[in-house]
Design a binder for this molecule. Structure first.
Ligand code: AHG
Ligand code: MN
Ligand code: MN
Ligand code: MN
Length: 334
């Protein structure tokens, strides 16, 4: 059987699902940028790409060299093609306007250029997460407001994972497809058709070092999982925490599980650590398209109306039954 490359898949989508040609081009360009990031990541110490850049981003995090390199790769790849109205990134305080010499298009691209950057220096999987929105009509220089659309408005989302293999997982709203990078020919080849997240699981992912800060519903849920077979859930659970959301979500897409980054009592005005626009919304779109669920504990993440570009949110996503349970425990506390 002939191999289905990402390009072929996108062209066939244009025919059958009426994916617009400029959206197809956008995804191709993002995929090309991810290949360049994968290459940079793989050089490691030999390429001088490890370590801190010496700057902080708007989130107050110390930027790694690869955070900055990946951000620049995505900006340079996407600014000239005429498919975008503007871009926004975890690593940039304000929306990035398309330079005047280039034509503008109708889409907005948002990204977490390098997710899991605390793992770069220890050679553990990292990734890139992206989300695509339509630019509201009649806006010439889209500022923050144009981006503040709920996740249900996304027209595409995906992530690249730079692990033992480089993979690109993509949704255009018709299920989730997985592509593996064939490094010899330089193209993404479909290896995972119609990915489904199992509805039940015996595996959870949470940074347990924050336990003392968790709210009561999270404590209850984790305690019940830890109680094992003789506890109220009647199952022995396993736990995994990679500290790269991309890698944790990839495992959950592949074999099920629940991922949790709850709000905690440390900074009550900051709900959770993860970013709604660059992490939670695209990952929720992918997980829902694969049959899973994603909430902030109370509401579906993709229904939330964002109020600022770098807004943070609590995240519970993965296998449907477990996400529903975690959400029910939160609602019962209301
Ligand atoms: P980023 O590297 O893009 O800033 O994101 C890191 C995030 C996410 O990938 C991961 O799930 C989480 O931070 C890990 O947080 P802890 O270090 O608190 O476990
Ligand atoms: Mn970061
Ligand atoms: Mn991230
Ligand atoms: Mn990041």
């Amino acid at each position: 059987m002939s191999r289905i490359t990402l390009s072929r898949y996108l062209i066939e989508q244009t025919r059958s699902q009426e994916t617009p040609a400029d959206l197809r081009f956008l995804i191709e360009v993002v995929a090309r940028a991810c290949k360049a990031i994968s290459h940079a990541v793989s050089k490691g110490a030999l390429g001088g790409v490890l370590g801190n850049a010496g700057s902080d981003n708007v989130q107050g995090e110390a930027q790694k060299k690869l955070d900055v390199i990946s951000n620049d790769i995505l900006l340079e790849a996407n600014e000239w093609g005429g498919h975008l109205a503007a871009m926004a990134s975890e690593e940039m305080e304000k929306a990035y306007q398309i330079p005047g010499e280039f034509p503008k298009g109708k889409y907005l691209l948002l990204f977490d250029p390098l997710d899991g950057s605390s793992n770069i220096d220890v050679n553990v999987s990292v990734g890139t997460i992206f989300s695509v929105l339509r630019c509201p009509e009649g806006i010439d220089a889209p500022c923050e407001k144009a981006f503040l659309q709920p996740g249900v408005e996304q027209v595409a989302a995906g992530y690249a994972i730079y692990g033992p293999q480089t993979m690109l997982m993509l949704t255009l709203g018709h299920g989730v497809k997985g592509f593996t990078l064939d490094r010899e020919v330089g193209s993404f080849v479909m290896t995972h058709d119609d990915i489904r997240v199992p509805e039940q699981t015996k595996e959870f992912a949470i940074n347990a070092s924050n336990q003392r800060h968790w709210e009561a519903p999270v404590k209850r849920y984790v305690d019940e999982m830890l109680a094992g077979e003789t506890g109220p859930l009647g199952k022995n659970y396993n736990m995994r925490w990679i500290a790269s959301m991309v890698a944790d979500v990839h495992r959950i897409l592949t074999r099920g599980g629940i991922f949790m980054y709850p709000r905690d009592a440390r900074e009550p005005e900051k709900p959770g650590k993860l970013r709604l626009m660059y992490e939670a919304n695209p990952m929720s779109f992918i997980i829902e398209q694969a049959g899973g669920a994603a909430t902030n504990g109370l509401e579906r993440i993709m229904d939330l109306q964002p109020t600022s570009l770098h807004e943070r949110v609590a995240v519970f996503l993965g296998s449907k039954e477990e996400v529903e349970r975690a959400t029910r425990y939160h609602r019962e506390q209301q």
